[in-house]
Design a protein around this ligand. Sequence first.
Ligand code: SF4
Ligand code: SF4
Length: 687
Amino acid sequence: MGSIQRQYEKLRKKIEKIHLENQWRAFRETRRRQKENLSSFGDLKKISEEVKRIRSESVGNWTLFEEAVSRLEKNRFKVLQARDSREACEAILKEVGDEKLVVKSKSNVSKEIGLTPFLNSHGIEVIETDIGDRIIQLAGHRASHATAPAVHLSRYEIADILSQHLRRAVAPVPEEEMEAVRSDIESYLQKAKVGITGANAISAKEGAALILHNEGNITRVRMRQKHILITAIDKIFPTIEDALLMLRLETFLATGTLFPSFIEIVAGRSKSSDIEKQLFYGMHPPEEVILVFLDNGRRQIIDAGRDFSELLHCIGCGNCLLDCPTYNAVGPFFGGDGMLGGRGVALSSLIRGVKEGVEEGLFLCTTCGLCEEVCPFHINAGKRLKDLRRRGLQDPEVARDLDEVKQLQAAIDRYGTPYERMARAAFQVARKEAPVILYIGCVGMTTESETAGSAIKLLTRLGIDFTLIDEVCCEAVKGDTGSEPNRQRIRQNIEKMKGAGGCEVLFLCPTCLKTFLEYDAEEKSGLRFDMLSAYLASHFSFTSLQSDPSMVTYHDPCHLGRGLGFYDGTRGLMRELGCRWVEMEHHHEESLCCGAGGGLRAFYPKFSRDIARRRVNEATEVNADLLLTDCLSCKHNLKQGVPIEGRLRVMTTSDYLLEGIESGRIGFLQKTDRAPIIPGRPRPENE
Ligand code: SF4
Ligand code: SF4
């Protein structure tokens, strides 16, 4: 048994369905608030672009970093620099000195370095003062969101946790729970002489730390005799204005609100020159302000090049977690401490090592690309995780334990399909010379051979002159799971396509299409590659001869939509047919994954089904009777998400058209004067 199987079994025992449901409800609420406040917030795209520009000019700008350090020191901060977690923890331990109690506020960097367990192991009690953090501290859970750590818990579970801790009944009412936490932490806030906070941003020009909060606890934590701030070297901004713009964006994306209740700007100690204009310090606490800058591999990541350094442009808003299919199927176990979700796993793999990254979910990502879409800076976590999978397989120390991945890839090498010995369908299509080639793909040859058969029937019925080839696997799965696909395999396919007289190749799976298009971009084949649905939309007019009462919705396959930018083929056909149409909550660019991609279905089948179920639920929530898609793999997975008693039908566009034509409900005409629609290219203006 390899590490993936071991992790899968462990996770299945750990994950609690109710926590995922609570988390999903809370995430939806954040999205709802974002939508409600979007118009008041301003131009989200413009602000994101501006913050992106600031981040790309500041992260890794070591001159700016030195300027920040020097200005902070002039402002009487004691600035310490720690190369790694150990150094950071030890520096803080030294600063805590003989104190045995520390109050603390939310800080992802402190989670990253394991500060609380470290201080505890040295006999120091650490009390979290943020409500969510205190609750999960008492429960012994991992935070489920960077800014809302207890979103996986319901008010009832929170009431139980607090009642048990306080040994009195706490009602499951948010205000009462808040009061319970407040009274619990009050005595610690009064007693503690040391307070530890994070810092969301450091402004270099002013030498100030900015700390964002809503509860007000940070004001009190930072007013202990000693205030220790822990932050990372990638948190530098040129000016206060730049940092404030980022904080506005972070607040909006993290909570859906327009501005936090408080932003502490700490630019030194309490000072005055009210007596004879002589400057003196210490009218109010803290007496000392210490700022620890953590590197922990960041400088190396930045200096090594652009691809991975984009991970450090992150502002910790958590927007990428809200709809991430894996995060919603696995929760905070997809990530490490202080580093949640796909971006977190990628960063953690770089900092803690790829072996740890595997434990934290390197192979759990479906590579759907949704996080890139919703991230204000388009940080491409899915792509980075694929790169790191590759790195893992190239490292003998890590690869030794990746049995499941190696087996899957060996099956492709040996059998020419990830489905190993599973019988391949033999379709009754004359092998001949024809201008159109239908590329079936491994899923169509095996688990969805019936759907592939419908597509063949449809092409025949439409009178298209086509043929099949003895195809070999395009190896897209290998690319997604950390190896280079064998280009020779695609070359072989192309030679066979050309040998059969093909000019145009139609695909049933966008993943295969994308793989061929990527190959073609580097080695021109002279062939045209197209999705079957796109080809149908550009070559035929379909008319409704009899109305269909079904309410129809559409699942955008990740590789067709976000991957190739093609959203309108099937939608256009359905418009032409005058179908009763409804969009799901997530559609077009923000469509949710079906759960099949990135090797998830092979490695973690239950999570893959859970993701499919969530997608299917979206279809039933909008009262759809029919869920259409244009990918055999998506169709296969989505069907597994339909409950046994469910009435929702899952079909591909070609299934639907064939059924309509055969029943006399749909008529068709070949177009002669319309330009073809090609995935990934804009629709011609006259269309
Ligand atoms: S690519 Fe998809 S599954 Fe992977 S981290 Fe991003 S949103 Fe999550
Ligand atoms: S990766 Fe992007 S969306 Fe995710 S937390 Fe960072 S900035 Fe926000």
